[in-house]
Design a protein. Structure first.
Ligand SMILES: [Zn+2]
Length: 376
């Protein structure tokens, strides 16, 4: 319900006021140094969350829904800090339940020897990682399957628009409209999220593979330091070559797991992957879809002036056997783009245009297969 930060010479104390007692788990992670507090799903009602001065051990913090049934607070540290015993103090002297987190200065070496994932969480992430890599047989129903991934969510808001529009809200609204359009065209659609919650990037990849997706669409919105930059861009997975701006974008979008406190590996960048023939075919299909979708959508929205089809090392696009693109709807840093993306009219027009691009992609795909003399 509220929070206080006490910055002392020998420790920094964070106190959270609660309406009810909670079970809490706290652990610390390195690179960057941060403390994770896992809670059951709670309603955050902090009207005026305190801002750390920068002199104490807490640099910044964020909180929100993590997964269904699970809330999380992530505390970024200014300096390495040892986590004291975390306590939930029962009501007394006019206070309700209080959760007390004490942080004590320590050395980076000592910090790193304590930091790490609890074993069960590590296992959960490792299982998801494995599921993301296991190949699945193609769908037997013959119906095309599209998985749409609304980027970010929950604790990770993504980019904030110049008009206050949050990327996570925009992309969810667009995803729901697109799902409706695709279903109306006879396509099976699964969504990685249908409300405001976070899912790790590798879970999103695993989800697409578990549903035997024929196409994976990750929906995002971009931001640029130059506020005049506007327009749609569509990214496919880079085979190693990507320009500086694409690399910066990949860093921003891959940062999602770091923001939500889920990255298992310290470095969340996608290492240049060894691309085998099967994956080369997947990349070709992804690029083909990206090009035709850009052409289709040119009549619906403005297109990034310089090369709207681009490639970058994006963690959410790594499934080796599912054509996948990441669509940046436009720039939330641009006044016109942000205003346009806020309107229902534009959102519906865009969803319809993209759905048409998907249907055409599948039609072309099937024709090519039939030309080769096999049944689709
Ligand atoms: Zn994004």
């Amino acid at each position: 319900m509220s929070a206080r930060i006490g910055e002392h010479a020998d420790k920094t104390r964070l106190v959270l006021e609660l309406s009810d007692p909670v079970n809490l788990r706290a652990f610390s992670l390195a690179s960057p140094n941060r403390v994770i507090l896992d809670l059951p799903e709670v309603a955050w009602r902090m009207g005026n969350p305190p801002v750390p001065s920068g002199r104490g051990l807490i640099k910044a913090y964020r909180y929100g829904v993590f997964r269904t049934g699970n809330a999380r607070m992530v505390i970024d540290l200014n300096r390495p800090a040892r986590l004291g015993e975390t306590l939930v103090i029962p009501p007394s002297a006019g206070f309700g339940y209080r959760l007390v987190i004490d942080l004590f200065p320590t050395t980076q070496t000592a910090y790193e020897s304590d930091a790490g994932w609890p074993a069960d969480l590590r296992k959960r992430e490792a299982d998801a990682e494995r599921r993301a890599r296991v190949a699945v047989a193609p769908s037997a129903t013959g119906k095309r399957v599209v998985v749409i991934d609304a980027g970010h969510g929950g604790i990770d808001s993504g980019t904030s628009g110049v008009n206050g529009l949050l990327e996570k809200d925009l992309v969810l609204a667009e995803t729901l409209l697109l799902a409706k359009e695709l279903r109306a065209r006879g396509i099976t659609v699964h969504l990685t999220r249908e409300k405001d919650g976070y899912g790790p990037l590798r879970d999103r990849v695993a989800f697409a593979r578990a549903h035997k997706a024929d196409l994976f669409l990750s929906i995002h919105a971009d931001a640029h330091s130059d506020a005049s930059v506007t327009g749609l861009s569509i990214y496919t997975l880079s085979d190693g070559r990507s320009d500086r701006e694409a690399a910066a974008l990949a860093k921003r979008e891959n940062q999602s797991d770091v923001i939500a406190g889920v990255d298992l590996l310290a470095d969340n960048s996608v290492t240049p992957i060894l691309i085998d023939l099967a994956q080369r075919d997947t990349l070709n299909k992804s690029a083909l879809f990206a090009k035709s979708a850009v052409a289709q959508l040119a009549g619906v929205t403005n297109i990034l002036a310089r090369s709207p089809h681009r490639s970058a090392s994006l963690a959410v696009l790594v499934a080796p056997d599912i054509p996948a693109v990441l669509i940046e709807l436009g720039f939330l840093s641009n006044l016109d783009d942000a205003a346009q993306m806020k309107t229902q009219a534009w959102r519906e027009k865009f969803a319809a245009g993209l759905a048409t691009a998907v249907v055409r992609h599948f039609a072309g795909d099937a024709a090519a297969v039939m030309a080769a003399g096999t049944r689709p």
